[in-house]
Each structure stands twice: as structure tokens, then as C-alpha cells.
Design a protein around this ligand. Structure first.
Ligand code: SF4
Length: 474
């Protein structure tokens, strides 16, 4: 069982703890800089990268505009191919459906792969409550599960661990979950991979139920697509008798032609590969080939609410490549856990508050987990303008005037009144100019003081611009 994000403190509080952890910062810096440099080289190889990026953006926007049509088409095709489609409005409904489906098979164990959506709904916890044990099979997710940890990166959920820590987790925990780590296991990557392979193979061969997510769903044929690097996905998708896929509704693309664009941009943006090592596709069921039963659980869980927001909906274009995390100066220092969600980094800061709303302390703090430097937008293969969405969400949070925003709201209200009354504005400018030297360098009050602790107040000119203009205009 991995740790849950429930009850996480706000981003600034969690980040304050994280930045004190020198080992975490060293691990993150090394990993993110390595991936980002490789990505930059892989992207630079393509002359038409800008066109691919624009095409990906347009395909996703068009699909989101007609999402209902494509989802119904997908349902029809999956059903015609022998699968069963379930619709889940929220996490509780999705968990109920999946738990019921596993129970109906009589099994008490499942293997899992590629399933951020199931982490989002905390499916493992729901299964455990129902007496069903879920085994993560992605190497990084296995490390997170064995360490009773939480994922901290979209693509490399155990990015905060170095190989010595992984060796220690394998030695201490593998035996509790199945085949123990080999005697004398070192922290050599090949040995760690072999230990994971032996441990997981046992699970693959025994499991009768597999649970997956999907990177894409192709509406025109009802095909699901999983893109991964280890081959564990293929084992999970083909060996069990029953396959249950839990997928967010925004993952649909209309045609294979559309998919072609993302199969070029995703590998280069995520792992800096020219082509993805294991791309598995499946359509319903087939006699004597793969699972006998296939269930697709289409998950909303806040996505239609995000879709209704004209600025915020662009976050649903995300193909989870993680490029924005690897260039983000805030993520690099704070790490993924501080975001209190399975979606960390810049995309998490805009996606989580839209999926969960901005009423909790942690969700209201996420839109501020950014310097608005724009590096995330520059690298995003589907051109999500994350800073634009962050500002939109900040407006929503500040507009409510909740904790930490009352002063800001009152100041904006007062500024609005002054700007509406030119006489008052001119008088205010003169008074401020005359009193300029007497003004303090730091503003009073906890909120305002925090602001001026790290920023200089600009010097006020002795003469307001309007007066200067009156005297000097030609
Ligand atoms: S927002 Fe863009 S860069 Fe970030 S994970 Fe999603 S697709 Fe990748």
C-alpha cells in the first residue's frame, strides 16, 4: 500500500520541509537535469517539432470541444469488439465499479500497470478495504509501493530515491510482498532490475485480473493504447483472464491518424526516445488471445468541470509527458510530494485544483506553487499555457478572499475605487509623492510583510506623471 495524499498541508508548508532535505534536492536536481538535457537533444532532431506541437494542441482542442460525440463513438466500438464500458462520475463510483468487477471474478489479487487515474481515485486503498491486494508492476511504482511511499513524479514516481535507497527498500520489503530480494543484492542498476524482474514475474504468472490505465483511446476503432518502457505493461495486459482499464475521459482521440502525432511527441518529451520501446494496443477481446473479459471504466472525477472553464480546460490536453516538471525551478527544489496529489509539478498545480476544486488549503495553495517563469509552457508538447491557467486559478482563490487573501482582496477593491475616480487618483499620487521619503521599506501586517521581506518597494517619484506631462507636453 502506498501512502495517501489525504490531509496534506498546504504547498508552502510541505515545500518548506522538503527544501531542508538535502539528499532529496540532490537526487531531484541530478535526475531532472539529466532528463531535461536529453529531451532537448531529442526534440532538436526534428525539424517539424513546432508543427507537431501545434497539431497535437489542435487535435486535443477539437476532441475536447466534441468530447461527448467521441466518447459515445468509443463506447459503441468497444462494445462491438466484446468489451464492456462503465461510466464513473467520481472516484467513489469508479472504485465501487472496479471492486465489484474484481469480486465477481472471485480473485483476491490483481496486477496493475500504467494507472495514474487509479492513483488519483486511490483505488489500491479501496481494493485493500475490500480484501483485495493490488501489486504495482511498473518498476518505479513497485519501489513506491514497497517503500510505503507516495509518487513524486509523473513519469518516474520514485525520482526522489537514489539507487542505494532502492537497494535498501528491496532488501527490507520484497520478502513481505512475495519473492525476497536475492542475497547480497548491490545497488548496481542491472542487479536491481533483475531483482524486480524475478519478484514481478511470479506475480504476472499467477494473476488472473489485471488493472491498467491508458495513454490514449482511439474512438474510431475502440482501441486502447499503453505506452511504456519496461514491458511490464504487455505482461499485465495480455496474461490475465480479466482486464479492467480505468481511464480519464480526456484521453480519447478521434482517429489513428491523430494518434500518430502523439506517438511522435510523447516519447521525445518524456524519456527523450525517438520511438517508444513498448506500445501496446488492444481492441475489446479476441478468442485465444489475451484476456477473455475486458472492462473499460471511463472516469470523469472533475474533468467535465474543468472542461467548462474556457481557460482552464487546456490542462485536459496534457499527455503526461512530465517535461514541465523537469524544467520547473519550483518542482526541482520542493519535490513532488509537496503538491499533495498524484499530479505534481506545473501540470499538477493547474490540474489538481480543477479536478478537486480550490476550497481545501492545499488545493487553494497550488496555483501559487510557481514563479510564472513560463519554462513549462515552452517545453509542453501540446502547448498548454500553464502560467495563464495559474493566473486564472489565483484569481479564483483570491476572489474568494479566503485565508491569506483578505488584505489582497481589500487592496484590489480600494484600488478599483481609486482608479474609477480620477480626482482621487491625482490627489493620492501627489500625497504619495510628497510623503515618499517617509514611507517604510517594509509594509506592516503579516501578509504584506512577507511580500516586502523579499521584494523592494519601488521609489515613488516626487512629481506624479500627470503633473510632469502637463508641464512638459509639446
Ligand atoms: S502539461 Fe505538457 S509538459 Fe506537462 S506533463 Fe502535460 S503534456 Fe507534458
Amino acid at each position: 500500500m502506498s501512502g495517501t495524499f489525504l490531509g496534506m498541508p498546504s504547498f508552502p508548508r510541505a515545500a518548506r520541509e522538503a527544501v531542508r532535505d538535502e539528499r532529496l534536492r540532490r537526487n531531484l536536481r541530478h535526475a531532472t537535469h539529466t532528463i531535461r538535457d536529453k529531451r532537448a537533444r531529442a526534440v532538436a532532431e526534428l525539424d517539424d517539432w513546432a508543427e507537431l506541437r501545434e497539431a497535437g494542441k489542435r487535435i486535443k482542442d477539437r476532441t475536447l470541444r466534441h468530447l461527448d460525440t467521441y466518447l459515445l463513438e468509443l463506447e459503441e466500438r468497444v462494445t462491438a469488439a466484446g468489451g464492456t464500458v462503465h461510466w464513473a462520475e467520481d472516484a467513489a463510483e469508479a472504485n465501487r465499479i472496479v471492486t465489484g468487477l474484481v469480486r465477481a471474478t472471485g480473485e483476491r489479487e490483481v496486477v496493475k500497470v500504467k494507472s495514474m487515474a487509479t492513483q488519483e481515485i486511490e483505488l489500491n486503498e479501496a481494493l485493500e478495504e475490500a480484501g483485495i491486494r493490488a501489486y504495482e508492476t511498473d518498476l518505479a511504482e513497485l519501489i513506491v509501493q514497497l517503500g510505503e511511499d507516495r509518487p513524486s513524479h509523473i513519469l518516474v514516481p520514485a525520482i526522489h530515491r537514489n539507487r542505494t535507497e532502492i537497494r535498501d527498500i528491496f532488501r527490507a520489503e520484497m520478502g513481505r510482498w512475495g519473492r525476497p530480494a536475492p542475497d547480497g543484492l548491490t545497488d548496481e542498476p542491472a542487479e536491481l532490475a533483475e531483482a524486480a524482474r524475478l519478484h514481478l514475474r511470479e506475480k504476472f504468472l499467477r494473476a488472473r485480473v489485471g488493472i491498467s490505465g491508458a495513454n490514449f483511446m482511439v474512438a474510431e476503432t475502440g482501441t486502447l493504447v499503453v505506452v511504456e518502457s519496461e514491458g511490464n505493461g504487455r505482461m499485465c495486459l495480455t496474461l490475465p483472464e480479466t482486464l479492467i482499464s480505468v481511464v480519464g475521459i480526456e484521453k480519447v482521440v478521434p482517429t489513428w491518424r491523430d494518434l500518430e502525432v502523439f506517438l511522435q511527441t510523447l516519447p521525445r518529451s518524456s524519456t527523450a526516445e525517438r520511438m517508444n520501446p513498448y506500445t501496446s494496443t488492444w481492441t475489446g477481446t479476441a478468442d485465444g488471445d489475451g484476456p477473455d473479459a475486458f472492462h473499460l471504466v471511463l472516469l470523469d472525477n472533475g474533468r467535465t468541470r474543468a472542461l467548462a472553464d474556457e481557460t482552464g480546460r487546456q490542462a485536459l490536453r496534457c499527455i503526461r509527458c512530465s517535461a514541465c516538471l523537469n524544467v520547473c525551478p519550483v518542482y526541482e527544489r520542493a519535490g513532488g510530494h509537496a503538491y499533495g496529489s498524484v499530479y505534481p509539478g506545473p501540470i499538477g498545480a493547474v490540474l489538481t485544483p480543477q479536478l478537486r476544486g480550490t476550497t481545501s488549503e492545499i488545493d487553494a495553495s497550488l496555483p501559487y506553487a510557481s514563479s510564472l517563469c513560463g519554462a513549462c509552457y515552452e517545453v509542453c508538447p501540446v502547448a498548454i499555457d500553464i502560467p495563464e491557467v495559474l493566473v486564472r486559478l489565483r484569481e479564483e482563490v483570491a476572489g474568494r478572499g479566503g485565508k491569506g487573501h483578505r488584505l489582497e482582496k481589500a487592496a484590489m477593491k480600494a484600488a478599483g475605487w481609486v482608479l474609477d475616480h480620477p480626482g482621487a487618483l491625482a490627489a493620492g499620487e501627489r500625497i504619495a509623492g510628497a510623503a515618499g521619503r517617509l514611507l517604510p521599506e517594509r509594509l506592516p501586517g503579516p501578509g504584506a510583510r512577507q511580500w516586502t521581506d523579499h521584494r523592494d518597494l519601488p521609489d515613488l517619484p516626487a512629481e506624479p506623471f500627470r503633473d510632469w506631462w502637463r508641464k512638459n507636453r509639446p
